[in-house]
Design a protein around this ligand. Structure first.
Ligand code: SAM
Length: 303
């Protein structure tokens, strides 16, 4: 075992580097903040927040409390879902006056299932500078610990709350081959899992990333047909914050089906329906009857 090391953060030479960087005035800084553990804030975020003339935030009390944890006291302005457009104009005015404005949300990265996009849009439209400060995001944090091996993911965010709309949204995702990343409010986690079970194959892997970076963090991976039992096994599970990841649809099946279709179409131009179906079955190993039905469909659509 290697010797355990400790770090005196305040004495790290790198601390000074955050201060040496350039933080132009008349700029909107989009600042990611912790999703649970307050010490996940970045050095650059801290430095910028200290430098900012004003902090635009979803909830002025929450952000005020966060700033206080770092010994900062700043003017804050409310920038939430219901006033984003109007506050965007005020932020543009401040930027035109040469201020540095920090934009944060309650947790994580602004503009990702959070307010922020409209403000950034207005600032860009006014020809002003926008600088993002990267940091925590629940989606990326969950993906990093999921062990789901797939280079691509599809960010779904929150599913619609109404059952019919949720059902339609999930149906549209059924053949998506990327890992699905879903955000869910604690009081809807059971309905969410019921929807997943009704839509996707039972063997698909699902990962629950609950209370990330907090005291009761839990990351659980199981087959979809075991998911509901897991959520219901402990009543605390219906209280925490969740990212739910769902393994994408099997890509090889889609690729194989596309290849069989291509072969069938080539052979149909030269042979009878029966011969084309038989030969495609021999070449691809797929079911003769299904190929025969498909060949009839193709012939039928040709008139
Ligand atoms: N902007 C944030 C981000 O960058 O991830 C997302 C904000 S969104 C309003 C809140 C949702 O993010 C929660 O309902 C949950 O799905 C997810 N989330 C936020 N913090 C989380 C945490 N600590 N653990 C698990 N999920 C979390």
């Amino acid at each position: 075992m290697t010797e355990q090391q400790t770090i005196d953060i305040a004495r790290l030479p790198v601390m000074g580097e955050a201060a040496q960087q350039s933080y132009p005035t008349a700029t909107l800084y989009v600042v990611a903040t912790p999703i649970g553990n307050v010490t996940d804030i970045t050095l650059r975020a801290l430095h910028l927040l200290a430098l900012a003339d004003v902090v635009a935030c979803e909830d002025t009390r929450k952000t005020g409390a966060l700033l206080q944890r770092f010994g900062l006291s700043k003017q804050t302005i409310a920038a939430h879902q219901h006033n984003e457009r109007e506050v965007a104009d005020k932020i543009v005015e401040r930027l035109q006056g040469g201020q540095r404005v920090a934009l944060v949300s309650d947790a994580g990265t602004p503009g990702v299932s959070d307010p922020g996009a409209r403000i950034v849009d207005a600032v860009r439209a006014a020809g002003l500078n926008v600088v993002p400060l990267p940091g925590p995001s629940a989606a990326i944090t969950a993906l990093s610990a999921s062990g789901l091996v797939n280079d691509r993911f599809h960010f779904v965010g929150f599913l619609p709350a109404k059952p019919k709309q949720r059902e339609s949204a999930l149906a549209l995702l059924a053949r998506e081959t990327s890992t699905l990343v879903i955000y869910e409010a604690p009081h809807r986690i059971v309905e969410c899992v019921e929807g997943l079970v009704a839509t996707f194959e039972p063997a698909r892997q699902v990962v629950f990333a609950r209370e990330l970076s907090k005291m009761f963090e839990e990351i659980h991976r199981c087959a979809l047909n075991e998911a509901l039992a897991w959520v219901k096994a402990d009543q605390h599970r219906e209280r925490g914050e969740f990212v739910v990841l769902v393994e994408g649809a099997a890509a090889e099946l889609d690729a194989e089906a596309a290849e069989a279709e291509r072969i069938l179409q080539i052979l149909l131009a030269e042979c009878s329906v029966k011969q084309a179906a038989n030969l495609t079955a021999q070449i691809t190993g797929r079911k003769k009857n299904a190929l025969y039905d498909r060949a009839l469909e193709i012939k039928g659509s040709e008139g």
